[in-house]
Design a protein around this ligand. Structure first.
Ligand SMILES: [Mg+2]
Length: 371
């Protein structure tokens, strides 16, 4: 066995995750456009699309699109309110499978993770392993994913995106430059609409063109990040996975059909969210150290407030009481559009319990969406 000269990074991304879990639970939805998100209310609903199936994407529907627009495009689709407990359970099962393939797993969202697979001898073996991972997830969880394999984190993500749905794409160090050359510059994570427009104005539309662009000209427009950008375009990716303990979190949010300032209603919803989250914690044998509430007022003015304790708690009374306290401290009487509750800094339960009065104020963030 030879030691690989390069890192081997997998990017595993579940395909249309929420929608796929719903189809798994309701086989009769298979092959139909499935849209998970807010209630469309015959085209008058508020809120957005969370995820939609590939069948729905054919109608031009995509996540974050207003649900009313999705309804206009495809009123006959299956519209489903999100059931996050279900998705979180599926996510945990998938992540458990991934961790059995590598001790170095970086989970970046509910349905996405990077694996450092550099212990494998070569990219051919890596492809076989990825096939096994896909098969195990399909067999045990009934879900499809796409896997990108590359010598770096960013390239692995580009590869998995490119292979979707149900894809598997290996980009070896020798293949990176030719693979990238044809792709539009927007495929590089971090090149958003604004940067893309600047590049287009410079006559650069493909990654291949970016790879041979004059570095001084790029630096003049983008500063130091131009170096990383052009390195990526040339297939040079030094990004490894970040295995610092990810502070996992679980949360609930609700957007109201009509803005409300009824305190009893708001508190009742927070109580229900607390029950829901406490149940997940006990089911998973987890405890939380930080409780955060989020209130979004009219005009998208969003406020959050958190409280952290030294020792974690997992019981409902503690979570509910803290949520209520945070609410009474944060709420200022205005009309509320959205309310949310989040538990973070999760860890496995131990027998030590902490009293509620050990919670201390952590931070008050204003004006930004941080939950
Ligand atoms: Mg995904």
């Amino acid at each position: 066995m030879t030691v690989p000269a390069h890192r081997i990074i997998f990017h595993v991304d579940m395909d249309s995750f929420y929608a796929s879990v719903e189809v798994r639970e309701h086989p009769e939805y298979a092959g139909r456009p499935v849209i998970v998100g807010a209630d469309p209310k015959g085209g008058l609903g508020r809120g957005v699309v969370s995820t939609c199936s590939y069948e729905a994407r054919k109608f031009g529907i995509h996540s974050a699109m207003p649900i009313s627009h999705a309804y206009q495009r495809c009123p006959d689709a299956v519209f489903i309110r999100p059931r996050f407990d279900l998705y979180e359970r599926a996510s945990r099962a998938v992540m458990r499978i991934l961790r059995s393939y590598s001790p170095l797993v970086e989970q970046v969202s509910i349905d996405e993770a990077y694996l450092d697979m550099s212990h494998l001898p070569d990219f051919t073996t890596a492809r076989e392993k990825a096939g096994e991972i896909k098969e195990e997830i399909r067999e045990k969880e009934g879900l499809a994913c796409s896997i990108g394999i590359a010598p770096g984190r960013t390239l692995a993500k580009i590869a998995s995106d490119h292979s979707k749905p149900d894809g598997l794409l290996v980009v070896t160090p020798d293949e990176t430059a030719p693979f990238l050359a044809r792709l539009p510059v927007e495929k590089i994570p971090g090149i958003g609409k604004k940067s893309a427009r600047i590049l287009h104005d410079m006559g650069i539309t493909t990654i291949g063109e970016l790879a041979v662009a004059d570095i001084q000209v790029l630096i003049a427009r983008f500063g130091r990040s131009a170096v990383v950008m052009r390195d990526l375009a040339r297939g040079i990716d030094r990004t490894g996975i970040r295995v610092r303990a990810i502070s996992r979190s679980i949360s609930r949010e609700l957007t109201f059909d009509q803005d409300t300032r009824e305190v009893a209603v708001l508190q009742g919803i927070l109580d229900r969210m607390a029950e829901d989250l406490a149940e997940i914690l006990s089911h998973e044998g987890m405890m939380a150290r930080t409780v955060t509430i989020k209130i979004r007022y009219q005009g998208f003015d969003t406020r959050t407030k958190s409280r952290t304790i030294e020792k974690p708690r997992g019981d409902l009374p503690a979570i509910r009481t803290t949520a209520r306290q945070l609410f009474s401290e944060l709420y200022d009487g205005r009309l509320v559009r959205l309310i949310g509750l989040k538990l973070s800094a999760l860890q496995t339960s131990d027998r030590e319990q902490t009293r509620i009065d050990e919670f201390v104020d952590q931070k008050i963030l204003t004006g930004s969406d941080t939950v």
